[in-house]
Design a protein around this ligand. Sequence first.
Ligand code: ADP
Ligand code: MG
Length: 591
Amino acid sequence: MSQPLEKKENLVHIRRLPEALVNQIAAGEVVERPASCVKELVENAIDAGATHISVAIRDGGISFLQVTDNGSGMSADDLALAVERHATSKLADLDLSHIESLGFRGEALASIGSVARLKITSHQRGQDDAFAILVEGGKVGEIEPAAHLPGTTVEIRDLFFATPARLKFLKSARAEQTQIQEVLKRLAMAHPHITFSLKNESRTLFSYQATKDPLARLGDVLGRDFEDNAVAIEARYNDYTLTGFAGLPTLHKANAMSQYFFVNGRPVQDKLVFGSLKAAYQDFIERGRYPFVCLFLELSPELVDVNVHPAKTEVRFQDPGRIRSMIISAIKHALAEKGHTASSTVGQTAVRYFTPAASPAAANTQVQEHAPVFSPSQQNAFTELNQPSAKFEPVESPVEAHPLGAARTQVFENYIIAQSEEGLIIVDQHAAHERIVYEKLKKQMQESGIKRQALLMPEVINLENASELLEKAPDLEQFGLVIEPFGDGAILVREVPALLGDTDVIGLLKDLADQLDDMDQATVLEEKLLYVAATMACHGSVRSGRRLNAEEMNALLRQMESTPHSGQCNHGRPTYLKLDRSAIEKLFDRK
Ligand code: ADP
Ligand code: MG
């Protein structure tokens, strides 16, 4: 039995979509959130040659967002064209392979006008008058006379009022504001000769004065720590110039959010770059930590395709391998010049004899029967020892028989030098203690839940990503970390894990926030929890720089001997090195 091919009402008709709808569809890619508007408007101001750009927002830019510049301005005719789709002044030679400006697609203003209320007021330099135009949900108004100094003000109200589905994807005003700050900071880093400011209501969030010194601007944005701890990068190869600053390996954080890359003045996110930075720093920095880096690549426009995505944050390089090798070698070179990798040949020979040993816990079962031995003065240093079962008695036995031997002294405020029957041992006190706290946290978590301790004075901490961290409050409570909201962008910390003792609560929360931020949604809870435990352990550990007395040092060695995996800290670095007596004698040509 044959079926009729189509019922009449199923007949397909193709039709052209109305302009306003086309613009709304395009807006889906260009205008994702208030921060994308800021990016487009500020890029326009930069392209217009402004030396002064100020941004004002309300409600994270959702209800109100304004960008004012002192650039070239627009004539009345240009104003009318500017809000049309695919109208641009930036592709003068109509050649996509020679893009010198930040914009070129001619769709930002049209897109924004289709989903929000857009008002542009502009005064073209050299002309007498200013004009304004209004676009609301795609409806374009008349050009009206207005008052304005040379330059342009673009105002966006009620973003996504015309496409309410989009509104649901926005985060809190606070979170949107953070994104705006990020976007503006990036652009400011690449354009130090421009003064930038950001205001929320009447509060100035930041204001960066124009400067000729790129590092001074980076200091304004990334903090003085970066300015003081960065080495200059400079590399040239044919049409490629790489400049910028690389942070010393000692300056690092728990996520890659302080790694910036700019291509011809355009902030770009590129996996290739993150990978290259990892390779460049791998000998200097522990896994899971990320250096601060800010690199500017200038190359002739035909060597890079910036027309990859409407948001223009991705690019495609003609020769990615070249860029990778330039980054790696430039950074390695700069860091080496700083002298941080310098090491005498004798030292290197000696180091070869140091063998990072396996976990001493496995090496010796006998010592596990010993109760930890330490004095009351150690209570502060090793809070976790302060348990009812612990005995307080002086150390006096010949402890050389233990795998990690007897502590002799401490050097550089972080390394315990110990002597065992077999040789000389050097312990990194911070790394070792971190492992001990970590294992204890894991054990408590499995057995009885982590013991909490109320802070005498609850701490209040301001964090950019406070709301994200607060969302994790129930998870963190499992770890004995009790936090609650404390007004706009602030967190109150009530309780911390008892094991951590007198810890740097602010530092701990900042690191946790950064790490959780960086973690994939898909990361399983178990793994997240271990991460949290590791971060806590790091903060609850004896800092390097703290002087220990003999009893404290020996107590730490005994703890290590009874802790699983104590041969490495949580970052995979060794916690101690051992130099056999025979190796020492060989080094001195005695054998
Ligand atoms: P594009 O930047 O890709 O050209 P836009 O939609 O962002 O597209 O802007 C369209 C045009 O409007 C620009 O090409 C430019 O000529 C003009 N324009 C936009 N903003 C400004 C501004 N702040 N100052 C001067 N001209 C501007
Ligand atoms: Mg533009």
